[in-house]
Design a protein around this ligand. Sequence first.
Ligand SMILES: Nc1ncnc2c1ncn2[C@@H]1O[C@H](COP(=O)(O)OP(=O)(O)OP(=O)(O)O)[C@@H](O)[C@H]1O
Ligand SMILES: [Mg+2]
Length: 220
Amino acid sequence: MVVEAKSITVQYKGKKYPVFKDLDIEVEKGAFFVLTGESGSGKSTLLATLGGYLTANSGSVLYQGEDTKQWNKKKWADVHGNEISYLPQSNLFLPYDTVLDNILLPYRFQKKKDLEQLKEQANEWLDQFGIKELAKYYPHELSGGEQKRAALVRAILQKPKLLLADEPTTGLDNETGEVVAKALKELALQGTSIIVGTHDACVEKYKTDGHHLDIIKSYR
Ligand SMILES: Nc1ncnc2c1ncn2[C@@H]1O[C@H](COP(=O)(O)OP(=O)(O)OP(=O)(O)O)[C@@H](O)[C@H]1O
Ligand SMILES: [Mg+2]
Protein backbone atom coordinates (compact mmCIF):
# COMPACT_ATOMS: atom_id res chain seq x y z
CA MET A 1 0.00 0.00 0.00
CA VAL A 2 1.14 3.54 -0.65
CA VAL A 3 -0.80 4.92 2.27
CA GLU A 4 -3.07 3.29 4.81
CA ALA A 5 -4.80 4.41 7.95
CA LYS A 6 -5.46 1.95 10.70
CA SER A 7 -8.22 2.82 13.11
CA ILE A 8 -7.54 6.56 13.16
CA THR A 9 -9.52 8.99 15.26
CA VAL A 10 -9.25 12.73 14.82
CA GLN A 11 -10.76 15.19 17.23
CA TYR A 12 -9.89 18.87 17.04
CA LYS A 13 -8.91 20.57 20.26
CA GLY A 14 -11.87 22.21 21.96
CA LYS A 15 -14.40 20.29 19.85
CA LYS A 16 -16.92 18.06 21.58
CA TYR A 17 -16.93 15.19 19.07
CA PRO A 18 -14.32 13.49 16.94
CA VAL A 19 -14.53 14.21 13.20
CA PHE A 20 -14.17 10.47 12.62
CA LYS A 21 -13.45 7.54 14.85
CA ASP A 22 -11.53 4.31 14.19
CA LEU A 23 -11.44 4.92 10.46
CA ASP A 24 -9.59 2.53 8.14
CA ILE A 25 -8.52 3.17 4.58
CA GLU A 26 -6.07 1.47 2.22
CA VAL A 27 -4.77 3.09 -0.93
CA GLU A 28 -2.62 1.07 -3.29
CA LYS A 29 -0.26 2.28 -6.01
CA GLY A 30 -2.06 3.95 -8.90
CA ALA A 31 -5.39 3.88 -7.10
CA PHE A 32 -7.87 6.64 -7.76
CA PHE A 33 -9.77 7.07 -4.54
CA VAL A 34 -12.70 9.43 -4.04
CA LEU A 35 -13.84 10.71 -0.66
CA THR A 36 -17.32 12.11 -0.45
CA GLY A 37 -19.53 13.24 2.40
CA GLU A 38 -21.52 16.29 3.30
CA SER A 39 -19.90 19.58 4.22
CA GLY A 40 -18.19 19.19 7.59
CA SER A 41 -18.05 15.40 7.45
CA GLY A 42 -14.24 15.34 7.46
CA LYS A 43 -12.98 15.00 3.89
CA SER A 44 -10.35 17.72 4.25
CA THR A 45 -9.40 16.46 7.70
CA LEU A 46 -8.83 12.95 6.39
CA LEU A 47 -6.74 14.17 3.46
CA ALA A 48 -4.58 16.27 5.78
CA THR A 49 -4.17 13.35 8.17
CA LEU A 50 -3.17 10.91 5.43
CA GLY A 51 -0.61 13.40 4.17
CA GLY A 52 0.93 13.97 7.58
CA TYR A 53 -0.17 17.61 7.77
CA LEU A 54 -2.30 16.72 10.77
CA THR A 55 -1.69 14.03 13.40
CA ALA A 56 -4.42 11.60 14.42
CA ASN A 57 -5.28 11.39 18.12
CA SER A 58 -5.09 7.62 17.92
CA GLY A 59 -4.47 4.91 15.38
CA SER A 60 -1.72 4.92 12.77
CA VAL A 61 -0.98 6.21 9.32
CA LEU A 62 1.38 4.01 7.36
CA TYR A 63 3.20 5.34 4.34
CA GLN A 64 4.64 2.63 2.10
CA GLY A 65 4.37 0.27 5.04
CA GLU A 66 6.24 2.54 7.49
CA ASP A 67 4.47 3.79 10.57
CA THR A 68 4.78 7.57 10.23
CA LYS A 69 4.71 8.01 14.01
CA GLN A 70 8.41 7.22 13.93
CA TRP A 71 9.17 10.03 11.50
CA ASN A 72 10.90 13.26 12.47
CA LYS A 73 10.49 16.68 10.81
CA LYS A 74 13.36 16.10 8.43
CA LYS A 75 11.86 12.87 7.15
CA TRP A 76 8.49 14.55 6.66
CA ALA A 77 10.08 17.48 4.82
CA ASP A 78 11.82 15.05 2.50
CA VAL A 79 8.63 13.09 1.79
CA HIS A 80 6.55 16.25 1.35
CA GLY A 81 9.17 17.67 -0.97
CA ASN A 82 9.51 14.61 -3.17
CA GLU A 83 6.67 12.14 -2.82
CA ILE A 84 3.46 13.53 -1.39
CA SER A 85 1.67 16.49 -2.97
CA TYR A 86 -1.28 18.32 -1.55
CA LEU A 87 -3.82 20.54 -3.22
CA PRO A 88 -5.46 22.40 -0.34
CA GLN A 89 -9.08 23.43 -0.43
CA SER A 90 -8.22 27.12 0.04
CA ASN A 91 -5.31 29.52 0.65
CA LEU A 92 -3.66 28.29 -2.47
CA PHE A 93 -1.04 30.93 -3.21
CA LEU A 94 1.25 33.60 -1.86
CA PRO A 95 -0.26 36.92 -2.98
CA TYR A 96 2.91 38.76 -4.03
CA ASP A 97 4.34 36.12 -6.35
CA THR A 98 3.13 35.49 -9.87
CA VAL A 99 1.26 32.32 -10.66
CA LEU A 100 4.32 30.73 -12.27
CA ASP A 101 6.59 31.71 -9.34
CA ASN A 102 4.04 30.24 -6.94
CA ILE A 103 3.99 27.01 -8.92
CA LEU A 104 7.78 26.74 -8.89
CA LEU A 105 8.25 27.90 -5.30
CA PRO A 106 8.38 24.49 -3.56
CA TYR A 107 10.88 23.25 -6.12
CA ARG A 108 13.30 26.17 -5.76
CA PHE A 109 14.71 24.81 -2.52
CA GLN A 110 15.55 21.42 -3.94
CA LYS A 111 18.99 21.34 -5.48
CA LYS A 112 18.35 18.25 -7.53
CA LYS A 113 15.38 19.74 -9.38
CA ASP A 114 15.94 21.23 -12.84
CA LEU A 115 13.96 24.48 -12.67
CA GLU A 116 14.09 25.25 -16.38
CA GLN A 117 12.64 21.85 -17.18
CA LEU A 118 9.99 22.25 -14.49
CA LYS A 119 9.09 25.67 -15.90
CA GLU A 120 8.56 24.12 -19.31
CA GLN A 121 6.42 21.34 -17.85
CA ALA A 122 4.44 23.87 -15.79
CA ASN A 123 3.63 25.80 -18.97
CA GLU A 124 2.52 22.61 -20.70
CA TRP A 125 0.17 21.74 -17.83
CA LEU A 126 -1.17 25.30 -17.68
CA ASP A 127 -1.83 25.04 -21.39
CA GLN A 128 -3.63 21.72 -20.95
CA PHE A 129 -5.81 23.30 -18.27
CA GLY A 130 -6.54 26.28 -20.53
CA ILE A 131 -4.76 28.94 -18.44
CA LYS A 132 -1.30 29.25 -19.99
CA GLU A 133 -1.58 32.98 -20.56
CA LEU A 134 -2.20 33.54 -16.84
CA ALA A 135 1.25 32.38 -15.69
CA LYS A 136 2.62 35.91 -15.34
CA TYR A 137 -0.31 37.30 -13.39
CA TYR A 138 -0.76 37.54 -9.63
CA PRO A 139 -3.18 35.19 -7.87
CA HIS A 140 -5.79 37.90 -7.18
CA GLU A 141 -5.99 38.52 -10.93
CA LEU A 142 -7.32 34.98 -11.46
CA SER A 143 -10.76 33.56 -10.81
CA GLY A 144 -11.22 30.93 -8.10
CA GLY A 145 -11.37 28.12 -10.64
CA GLU A 146 -8.29 29.40 -12.45
CA GLN A 147 -6.36 29.54 -9.19
CA LYS A 148 -7.44 26.00 -8.38
CA ARG A 149 -6.17 24.69 -11.71
CA ALA A 150 -2.88 26.55 -11.29
CA ALA A 151 -2.47 25.12 -7.78
CA LEU A 152 -3.10 21.67 -9.19
CA VAL A 153 -0.26 22.24 -11.66
CA ARG A 154 2.02 22.96 -8.70
CA ALA A 155 0.89 19.77 -6.97
CA ILE A 156 1.34 17.44 -9.94
CA LEU A 157 4.51 18.94 -11.35
CA GLN A 158 6.77 16.63 -9.41
CA LYS A 159 4.79 13.51 -10.41
CA PRO A 160 4.17 12.58 -6.79
CA LYS A 161 3.70 9.06 -5.48
CA LEU A 162 0.67 10.28 -3.60
CA LEU A 163 -1.54 13.21 -4.54
CA LEU A 164 -4.09 14.49 -2.04
CA ALA A 165 -6.46 16.76 -3.92
CA ASP A 166 -9.06 18.64 -1.91
CA GLU A 167 -11.97 19.67 -4.14
CA PRO A 168 -9.93 19.86 -7.37
CA THR A 169 -13.00 20.25 -9.60
CA THR A 170 -15.41 21.98 -7.25
CA GLY A 171 -16.37 25.35 -8.66
CA LEU A 172 -15.23 24.54 -12.18
CA ASP A 173 -17.65 24.48 -15.08
CA ASN A 174 -18.48 21.01 -16.37
CA GLU A 175 -16.15 21.02 -19.34
CA THR A 176 -13.12 22.31 -17.40
CA GLY A 177 -13.92 19.90 -14.58
CA GLU A 178 -13.81 17.03 -17.07
CA VAL A 179 -10.40 18.16 -18.33
CA VAL A 180 -9.04 18.21 -14.78
CA ALA A 181 -10.65 14.88 -13.83
CA LYS A 182 -9.23 13.29 -16.98
CA ALA A 183 -5.74 14.61 -16.26
CA LEU A 184 -5.91 13.22 -12.72
CA LYS A 185 -7.03 9.82 -13.94
CA GLU A 186 -4.21 9.79 -16.47
CA LEU A 187 -1.76 10.51 -13.65
CA ALA A 188 -3.17 7.56 -11.69
CA LEU A 189 -2.69 5.31 -14.70
CA GLN A 190 0.95 6.36 -14.68
CA GLY A 191 1.24 5.14 -11.08
CA THR A 192 0.40 8.09 -8.84
CA SER A 193 -2.03 7.20 -6.07
CA ILE A 194 -4.67 9.87 -5.94
CA ILE A 195 -7.16 10.68 -3.23
CA VAL A 196 -9.72 13.28 -4.12
CA GLY A 197 -12.06 14.90 -1.64
CA THR A 198 -15.13 16.19 -3.35
CA HIS A 199 -18.73 17.24 -3.01
CA ASP A 200 -21.18 14.64 -4.21
CA ALA A 201 -22.17 16.77 -7.18
CA CYS A 202 -18.71 16.25 -8.74
CA VAL A 203 -18.28 12.56 -8.06
CA GLU A 204 -19.81 11.43 -11.35
CA LYS A 205 -16.83 12.86 -13.19
CA TYR A 206 -14.41 10.44 -11.60
CA LYS A 207 -16.02 7.02 -12.07
CA THR A 208 -14.04 5.33 -9.36
CA ASP A 209 -14.06 1.55 -9.89
CA GLY A 210 -15.20 1.06 -6.33
CA HIS A 211 -12.48 3.17 -4.68
CA HIS A 212 -14.91 5.33 -2.87
CA LEU A 213 -15.36 6.23 0.76
CA ASP A 214 -18.40 8.17 1.87
CA ILE A 215 -17.69 9.75 5.23
CA ILE A 216 -20.74 9.91 7.41
CA LYS A 217 -20.85 12.95 9.61
CA SER A 218 -20.28 11.73 13.13
CA TYR A 219 -22.79 14.07 14.76
CA ARG A 220 -25.69 16.32 13.83
N1 LIG B 1 -8.79 23.61 12.39
C1 LIG B 1 -9.94 23.17 12.90
N2 LIG B 1 -10.22 23.35 14.21
C2 LIG B 1 -11.36 22.88 14.75
N3 LIG B 1 -12.31 22.24 14.07
C3 LIG B 1 -12.10 22.05 12.75
C4 LIG B 1 -10.91 22.50 12.09
N4 LIG B 1 -10.97 22.16 10.80
C5 LIG B 1 -12.15 21.52 10.64
N5 LIG B 1 -12.83 21.45 11.79
C6 LIG B 1 -14.13 20.78 12.00
O1 LIG B 1 -13.99 19.42 11.63
C7 LIG B 1 -15.13 18.95 10.90
C8 LIG B 1 -14.68 18.41 9.55
O2 LIG B 1 -14.19 19.48 8.76
P1 LIG B 1 -13.59 19.24 7.31
O3 LIG B 1 -13.06 20.55 6.84
O4 LIG B 1 -12.66 18.10 7.35
O5 LIG B 1 -14.91 18.81 6.51
P2 LIG B 1 -15.14 18.66 4.94
O6 LIG B 1 -15.86 17.37 4.74
O7 LIG B 1 -13.88 18.85 4.21
O8 LIG B 1 -16.15 19.87 4.65
P3 LIG B 1 -16.34 20.76 3.31
O9 LIG B 1 -17.11 19.90 2.34
O10 LIG B 1 -17.14 21.92 3.79
O11 LIG B 1 -14.98 21.14 2.80
C9 LIG B 1 -16.09 20.14 10.83
O12 LIG B 1 -17.05 19.96 11.84
C10 LIG B 1 -15.23 21.36 11.13
O13 LIG B 1 -15.96 22.33 11.80
MG1 LIG C 1 -13.24 20.18 2.85
